[in-house]
Design a protein around this ligand. Sequence first.
Ligand SMILES: *[C@@H]1O[C@H](CO)[C@@H](O)[C@H](O)[C@H]1NC(C)=O
Ligand SMILES: *[C@@H]1O[C@H](CO)[C@@H](O)[C@H](O)[C@H]1NC(C)=O
Ligand SMILES: *[C@@H]1O[C@H](CO)[C@@H](O)[C@H](O)[C@H]1NC(C)=O
Length: 191
Amino acid sequence: MVRILLILFFILSSSGFIRCSRDDVDDDHSFVTSLDPKSLSLKEEKLSHFRLYWHDIMSGSNATSISVVRPANVSATGFGIINVIDDPLTLGPKLSSKLVGRAQGFYTLSSQEELGLLMSMNFAFTEGKYNGSTITVLGRNPITHKVREMPVTGGSGLFRFARGYVQARTYSLNMKTGDAIVEYNCYVLHY
Ligand SMILES: *[C@@H]1O[C@H](CO)[C@@H](O)[C@H](O)[C@H]1NC(C)=O
Ligand SMILES: *[C@@H]1O[C@H](CO)[C@@H](O)[C@H](O)[C@H]1NC(C)=O
Ligand SMILES: *[C@@H]1O[C@H](CO)[C@@H](O)[C@H](O)[C@H]1NC(C)=O
């Protein structure tokens, strides 16, 4: 008799008639639906590489990088400083070379041991078919290192579903003004 009851319980619970406590909350998952990637015209994922020069201009009347937070006592590593940027992105190292977008966001000096930045910026492209598309770069940038690698965490427009990384190399740095030109090699997987 006990065995029959157990079997009956098993059948009823597996059929969902008797709910186990785990499912007692009436979860409604119907707000999430599966989509065929083709419905978003997603074809083959591809890998794109592009090289840009990032101009961080702190001096002069047309500065593109402004300090918005400065601690009362600035340490040797500048710990705590935050700059908001709208930096030109050009194809060549000269500011007068072709402008293809702007790096918009902020960086914060977030290391007490060295000159280490947290970069949080969108590369907002303005050139050709990429006009209006963006990639998002979020990562650690110890600026005295020769090569700094930062993740590409996403993108929009032609860079939807983007993932990848950038490698930053300082091209020039004016110690007096702080103006810097940095070469960015971007490796991005997207559709
Ligand atoms: C700043 O920008 C203005 C307007 O684009 C321009 O006329 C001026 O020459 C620029 N100044 C400097 C120092 O580059
Ligand atoms: C800044 O440093 C000075 C000298 O060391 C000290 O007297 C002062 O309290 C410090 N201020 C802050 C806000 O830490
Ligand atoms: C990019 O798109 C904007 C808005 O659609 C437009 O105003 C601008 O002229 C375009 N820029 C280029 C370089 O095509």
